[in-house]
Design a protein. Structure first.
Length: 729
């Protein structure tokens, strides 16, 4: 129920049966929380309407206080009379104020100007950017010249060569190249040229021109080194002359969501540039076979793709040196890019028949689970509906741990995990969810990614995670559920090429070994040097039993403690994992730290360092900012402290696996082997190995992975082979 701003008489009469003047009196009684008007407690809209309809004002109603009903309204008005008068005054719209200016002076004109555009971009108000006209959008990228004449193109490349450094942008869409842009500084002035693909200047001609620059020692700054490799992978021979500004920016702020040219221009040049989406929207770069001369959109995109890397590369390099991360960039993240490119280009073979068979098996088990769940519930319902599932579990079956939300009962994994051990229907629901996800994401979803060569060519990303770990997409092979046997079996559809075998090498307890090194705990270091069973030894110490009497159950509990400590687990979380009380879990943790005192000191030191500096560091200098530590929200601060404990460990593990990938890949190439690294899944490397190269590959994996870091404890790997990825794991 609303009224117009000036309390329109007809509207008020229709809604409340009173005049606008009387409506103000009503507001004094019932208040208005949206305007912070308190009113009288216990008097709502109906009672206020009845009182004012009868006595027309608060004062008159107060004079007849004994006649007011119900009794609660009478008593409250008597007690809060002054508050009612104040509330009426607050609700009254003043129309007689003296103004020292004319309303015309308050006109603001158009909001959508270049200054507003810059502010909206800084505040990331993307939904408002489409209101701006082209001439209102700030752009400091400078003019770009279209250069098509072969002789002039030669002069452009000669000038860029003389400059010694250039920004290189590539206009590409879905593997089709339309041109490239070059930007350089000449006598302090920016030069920027767009060279479109033409009959007289083919893609191959442009490739040779770029290689010519590199062969003459020119440094090229690019937005994406991997994209340059897709353009021409011969550029890998000049790796040290190529600067990837987006990877540089990622290292400086890994919690940022994107690192495209407009992000770098905003953060490091203090300039506002339109994004790709703003320039092209849903349009293609080129509607025909080639760019049309003078295409303004192509000109703008080409100019920023070469201008931004050129202008930001030195700034980013200086900041990386200041943050002591230049070596991290040059020795790990930058040289990793060609390895990721090779993995993407080579791909992994998928056996279509095996995938179809896997899908059928999933359907069979899903149907079986569905019937079992319905049988236990006593009726059919949509298992995929959280609302319907919540009603079944918490209203009809009266299960504990009910957590009400705005839309119904919570059926999140953390709620259901508590119930699963005691209620078979819940464990079946959890399995049902996992298998339906497997079916949609993998059994059905994978087929869309299989190309004509029978392979999946997924993407590997090094600018996504806060800790430095790699991620993958199209499809995400790093997120395959492995807790269920049927989930693990999806790996059976991935097979090597004829004449090859899969070799999988997986780091053993790498994060615990890193913890031992970084914490400098003598007990843990000594245990690894003696090649002891760490989990069994921890069980003996924590649970106070002789080593030979440690049962599999105690070892499993100790393993949960070992890995839980690495991830900053709380007593509550450990209690849930082991199905024990919080006090018991706290005792386990206390005994663990008593056994390994160096670890407690190290983890506390991590948190203290992060609170003082705002970030954590890995062994190789990688930073992970932790703004959550300054949050006013307790849960956010608690997350920040857990992250402070383990980020340096996780990040160091990520650094080591990257080093191993670089070394293994380089060694395979250097020794002229045809075997190829095709996947990296967390701490595992998968090599498609020629059968006659099997022993050589095992030797390379052992030497390069175990030699990737010089720690106080030895690195260890587990090598498996197989005719499918499943067998190799």
């Amino acid at each position: 129920k609303t009224v117009t701003e000036d309390y329109d008489e007809d509207a008020v009469k229709d809604l409340y049966g009173v005049s606008p003047k009387e409506f103000i009196e009503m507001k004094g009684l019932m208040g208005d929380t949206s305007d912070n008007i308190p009113g009288v407690p216990g008097i709502g809209e109906k009672t206020a309407s009845k009182i004012i309809s009868t006595w027309h004002s608060i004062e008159n109603a107060y004079d007849h206080i004994e006649e007011i009903k119900p009794a609660r309204a009478k008593n409250n008005l008597s007690q809060y009379y002054d508050q009612a008068i104040m509330s009426r005054d607050l609700a009254t719209i003043k129309t007689d104020c003296d103004l020292d200016y004319h309303f015309q002076d308050a006109r603001i004109g158009t909001l959508f100007n270049s200054k507003a555009y810059k502010l909206f971009k800084e505040l990331d108000l993307k939904s408002l950017l489409h209101y701006f006209e082209k001439d209102q959008k700030a752009s400091d990228a400078g003019e770009i010249l279209w250069t098509e004449d072969p002789e002039t193109i030669g002069q452009v490349f000669s000038s860029a060569c003389a400059a010694g450094k250039a920004g290189l942008g590539i206009l590409e869409e879905e593997g089709i190249y339309y041109g490239l842009s070059l930007a350089w500084l000449e006598d302090g002035r920016l030069k920027n040229h767009l060279i479109p693909v033409r009959e007289a200047m083919s893609v191959d001609d442009l490739k040779e021109r770029v290689l010519g620059l590199l062969s003459h020692g020119v440094c090229l700054a690019v937005m994406d080194y991997k994209a340059l490799l897709y353009f021409d992978d011969r550029t890998r021979d000049y790796e040290d002359q190529i600067e990837d500004v987006s990877v540089m920016a990622y290292l400086l702020n890994p919690i940022q969501s994107s690192f495209d040219y407009e992000d770098l221009a905003r953060d490091y040049l203090k300039e506002t540039l339109p994004s790709r989406k703003e320039i092209y929207g849903k349009e293609r770069i080129c509607l025909g076979d080639e760019l049309q001369e003078g295409d303004e959109k192509a000109s703008l995109l080409a100019s920023v793709l070469s201008f931004v890397p050129l202008q930001t590369s030195e700034i980013l390099k200086k900041k990386l040196e200041e943050e002591e991360m230049w070596d991290l960039y040059r020795e790990i993240d930058h040289p990793l890019t060609p390895t990721l490119y090779d993995m993407e280009r080579y791909g992994i073979t998928v056996e279509r028949d095996a995938l179809a068979d896997y899908g059928s098996r999933l359907v069979g088990r899903i149907d079986e689970l569905e019937k079992g769940i319905w049988d236990k519930a006593g009726r059919e319902f949509n298992i995929n509906s959280p609302k319907q599932l919540g009603v079944i579990l918490f209203e009809e079956m009266k299960l504990p741990f009910a957590k009400k939300t705005k839309t119904g009962y919570s059926t999140s994994a953390d709620v259901l995990d508590k119930l699963a051990p005691d209620y078979p229907i819940v464990s079946e629901v959890l399995e049902y969810r996992q298998l339906t996800k497997l079916k949609s994401t993998y059994a059905d979803g994978l087929i869309a990614f299989v190309r004509e060569d029978g392979k999946i060519h997924g993407k590997f990303h090094q600018k996504v995670t806060a800790t430095g770990r790699l991620s993958s997409s199209d499809p995400n092979l790093q997120n395959i559920p492995v807790r269920l046997p049927l989930g693990r079996e999806i790996r059976k559809v991935f097979v090597p090429e004829p004449g090859c075998i899969f070799v999988s090498a997986d780091y053993s307890q790498i994060e615990l070994r890193i913890l031992a090194h970084m914490a400098g705990d003598d007990h843990l270091i000594d245990a690894y040097h003696q090649d002891k069973d760490i989990h069994r030894m921890t069980a003996s110490q924590v649970f106070g039993v002789p080593l030979e009497e440690v049962t599999p159950l105690l070892r499993r509990s100790a393993k949960a403690v070992n890995f839980g400590i690495v991830y900053g687990i709380s007593a509550f979380g450990l209690g849930q994992d082991l199905d024990i009380t919080r006090k018991e879990a706290q005792d386990y943790i206390a005994k663990y730290f008593g056994t390994y005192p160096g670890i407690k000191k190290y983890l506390d030191g991590n948190v203290s360092f992060a609170k003082d500096h705002g970030y954590t560091r890995t062994l190789y200098g990688r930073i992970r900012p932790l703004p959550e530590l300054k949050s006013r929200n307790f849960a956010q601060r608690a997350f920040g402290e857990r992250a402070a404990m383990n980020s340096s460990i996780q990040g160091t593990a990520a650094d080591i696996i990257k080093i191993a990938m670089i070394r293994v890949s380089a060694r395979l190439r250097r020794e002229g082997l045809k075997s190829r690294m095709i996947l990296q899944i967390h701490d595992e490397l998968l090599i498609e190995t020629r059968e006659n190269e099997l022993e050589a590959v095992k030797k390379i994996l052992t030497e390069e992975m175990m030699g990737a870091a010089d720690l106080k404890v030895p690195l260890s790997i587990d090598i498996q082979t197989g005719r499918t990825w499943y067998e190799a794991k």
